[in-house]
Write a protein that binds this ligand. Sequence first.
Ligand code: ADP
Ligand code: 5GP
Length: 201
Amino acid sequence: MAAEAVAISKLRPLVLCGPSGSGKSTLLQRILKEYPDRFSLSVSHTTRKPRPGEVDGVHYHFTDSSNMEKAISEGKFIESAKFSGNLYGTSKESVRKIAEEGKICILDVEVNGVRQIKQTDLNPWYVFIKPPSLAVLEERLRARKTETEDSLRKRLDTAHIEMEYGMQPGNFDKIIVNDVLEVAYEELKQFISENVLISGH
Ligand code: ADP
Ligand code: 5GP
């Protein structure tokens, strides 16, 4: 199959991937705060229910399976995947809007999304956020208090597979271990300033 043409910006996007609870949102929110004129988050669609404090159109476009499946079949998504019983996906519109603003798009996607993005011409930088251990990951997910026991189990089961994919040489441009947050953030910032901020196609 020919790689799908979805790139519309000279600026290379930044993909953050890593197990649920590894710290992607925490790190990317800090990047958005520190570089508000340079980066913008691609707001994904999802069929999962909003968590307290999550705003439709800001954290996600919250939708249902039938609408999302229809939009996927109409070719409106760059990638989409099922995760922990819900659908998630990046619409072409979300990425296009950010390109039009002249900003660098950040995508927060799980590994099947990464695999699909690699089949397109989006050509992003790929950064894997790794927890110090699966035990710490579980602790952080529990402390976040967003999951039921069932969804926590699903996320931890998937984390094993994601860690394997993340560690495989060549899959990511950079792997950052999120142990001490400040250290991980500095490492991400360094990668960004040496690569993402100065790259075009
Ligand atoms: P993700 O977006 O990858 O699912 P989050 O950013 O929501 O992960 O982080 C999961 C939880 O862990 C959050 O409650 C967050 O505050 C906390 N957290 C993130 N990074 C660290 C860290 N380095 N040390 C301790 N807690 C962290
Ligand atoms: P959460 O439910 O914790 O917000 O997200 C669960 C997982 O879905 C995370 O690993 C996150 O990276 C992933 N995710 C969020 N948006 C997308 C998306 O648009 N596409 C894909 N493939 N994964 C996504």
